[in-house]
Design a protein around this ligand. Structure first.
Ligand SMILES: Cc1cc2nc3c(=O)[nH]c(=O)nc-3n(C[C@H](O)[C@H](O)[C@H](O)COP(=O)(O)O)c2cc1C
Length: 275
């Protein structure tokens, strides 16, 4: 059979046969590489989409060039802390939250410990579960809290229960791993600073999405529960880790306006420059 094929192809020597096989393999290889040029896997494609901000309903444009200095300063100045009373309760897409978390993940971090952790909570029932846990902690640990503090907690708790489940899209509970890498223990302030940078990244990324807003709630109203080991365990953290409240976000109600002020930076800066 092989002999007949070789005769048909007019191949008489071993060298000619080898030549033909090699040409066949090589052209197959070139064809494969050509047809797969620029192709990426499904997962990589999804990742690229999130990194490029593509496919996000809240995102306006697909321009991936860097913003100019003026646009960047405008974004920074336009970032506002927007409270739950000014949110509509609409649930933002998973892609939007992934985009925010991607932004948060690019915070600077000494020794790349990347200590920020987020627990994503969304939907009225999940937010109520979260609030229930906090309330239960206060009733189980009544003796650890003064009368005055307990009263303050109760007052604030009622308003949280009213507004958060109804108005908020997502709560990103902010955690910090005290020792994210086993071989590196940095000063705690550096890990707190890196986590804060991560939250700021999220806040700025959110500011770029028209009609969306949020704020960092340090959870002072429930600080005893927030700092407890039970709360850390509930969130999947360890006792040495920290919880810094939650970044609370959603869709801003129509017509809401926000402003803020800062004292002049010149009053906060000392120059020692020049000769
Ligand atoms: C670490 C941190 C914790 C904050 N915690 C709260 C909070 O618990 N409640 C609140 O209303 N605002 C909180 N804020 C938001 C500030 O109140 C807000 O940034 C400030 O009023 C300035 O407004 P702006 O962010 O719109 O410029 C917090 C901000 C930071 C940086």
């Amino acid at each position: 059979m092989l002999k007949e094929i070789l005769q048909t192809l007019q191949i008489e020597t071993e060298a000619e046969a080898l030549n033909l096989i090699l040409t066949f393999i090589l052209s197959g290889l070139i064809g494969y590489v050509w047809s797969h040029r620029g192709q990426v896997t499904g997962t990589e494609k999804e990742k690229e989409k999130v990194e490029d901000g593509e496919g996000l309903s809240e995102l306006q444009d697909g321009d991936v060039s860097l913003p100019g200095s003026e646009s960047l300063l405008k974004l920074i100045k336009d970032r506002r802390s927007i409270m739950p009373k000014d949110l509509t309760g609409e649930i933002l897409s998973d892609e939007t939250i992934e985009y925010l978390l991607e932004a948060g993940n690019w915070a600077p971090t000494h020794h790349k410990t990347q200590p920020w952790r987020y627990i994503v909570i969304s939907g009225p029932n999940n937010i109520l579960d979260y609030l229930d846990f906090i309330e239960k902690w206060y009733s189980d640990n009544r003796e650890l809290v003064s009368e005055d503090e307990f009263q303050k907690f109760q007052d604030k708790y009622s308003s949280m229960r009213e507004t958060l489940p109804a108005n908020v899209s997502h709560m990103l509970v902010i955690g910090m791993k005290r020792q994210a890498l086993t071989d590196k223990l940095l000063p705690e302030w550096e890990e707190i600073a890196a986590t804060s940078c991560s939250v700021q990244n999220i806040h700025l990324a959110l500011t770029a999405l028209p009609g969306c807003g949020g704020f960092w709630s340090s959870h002072t109203w429930c600080k005893h529960a927030r700092d407890s080991n039970q709360f850390k365990e509930y969130l999947g953290l360890e006792s040495e880790d920290r919880v810094f409240g939650a970044f609370i976000l959603g869709r801003i109600r129509d017509g809401a306006k926000f402003k803020s002020t800062r004292a002049d930076w010149r009053n906060k800066v000392v120059w020692r420059t020049g000769s």
